[in-house]
Design a protein around this ligand. Structure first.
Ligand code: APR
Length: 246
């Protein structure tokens, strides 16, 4: 895989970097993606399991499905791609990591100030009073816990049809509008508003890099596509930056 000299030259200390990641970054940790041929949406119905309507019509099913995913996520570790992104944050003063992922593997690998566009699967909150609840529940229980106000407790992920957290989307748009290089890593670029971000960056003159073994709807708009798994491409990028003595 050849990283262009242009990208290596662009990545100097005053380069403003914005990165958007998707589930592809966690694939090498053993976390299922959503839209790959064996992805979650090939086996489960997102409308039934990742929406408020789905939760209200069958709370036990949705609560159990998220506990099933939580048990998988509790059993996996960050991969070299996550660690390389955490290392990149240490190298560059102007660096923003935006993720669509809810698994918190970026944070486990050492990334900080991660912008979580779609919330996280660890935390919960009451559907009625929004009281926050950490992950203190028995993951094997199918019984949906209730808040003292009587409301049901739900996972703190953003479901289809829900608004993204105001601060997260504002910070993500700001980073995309004010970067010199935008990386789109491990995402099919199918879900908005996240999928807008690389196009916003491009419209402001940023150099857009896609890291994904497969073609996506962003590929034709990217300045550079690295057709490799992120767990290979990202460590290679860090290595080349060290050779450059960034
Ligand atoms: N390295 C990099 N990319 C990879 C790897 C890998 N090892 N393995 C798979 N991919 C790519 C796939 O080619 C695909 O383009 O990761 C992408 C995953 O795409 P999706 O499954 O659509 O996941 P994502 O883009 O994160 O989905 C966005 O959709 O369902 C909602 O809220 C959910 O946050 C999610 C959003």
């Amino acid at each position: 895989m050849k990283i262009s000299n242009k990208l290596i030259e662009l990545l100097d200390l005053d380069c403003r970097i914005a990165i958007l990641t998707g589930t592809g970054v966690s694939a090498e940790s053993g976390v299922s993606t959503f839209r790959d041929p064996d992805g979650l949406w090939s086996r489960f119905n997102p409308a039934e399991l990742a929406s408020m309507n789905g939760f209200m019509s069958n709370p036990e099913l949705v609560w159990s499905w998220y506990n099933y995913r939580r048990e998988i996520i509790n059993s996996v570790k960050p991969n070299p791609g996550h660690y390389a992104l955490a290392e990149m944050q240490k190298l560059f003063p102007y660096y923003t990591l935006i993720t669509q992922n809810v698994d918190r593997l970026h944070q486990s690998a050492g990334s900080s100030n991660v912008i979580e566009l779609h919330g996280n699967i660890i935390d919960n909150h009451c559907v009625r009073c929004e009281e926050p609840f950490s992950n203190e529940f028995d993951l094997r229980s199918k019984v949906v816990p209730h808040c003292k106000c009587g409301g049901m407790i739900r996972p703190s992920v953003v479901w289809f049809g829900e608004m993204l957290p105001d601060a997260a989307i504002a910070d993500a748009y700001y980073a995309a509008e004010n970067c010199d290089v935008f990386f789109s890593i491990g995402t099919s670029a199918e879900v908005f508003p996240a999928a807008n971000l690389p196009h916003i960056a491009r419209s402001k003159g940023a150099y857009v890099v896609e890291i994904n073994p497969n073609q996506t709807s962003l590929s034709n708009y990217a300045d550079e596509c690295l057709r490799q798994p992120s767990g290979i491409a990202m460590p290679e990028l860090i290595l080349q930056l060290k050779v450059k003595k960034i």
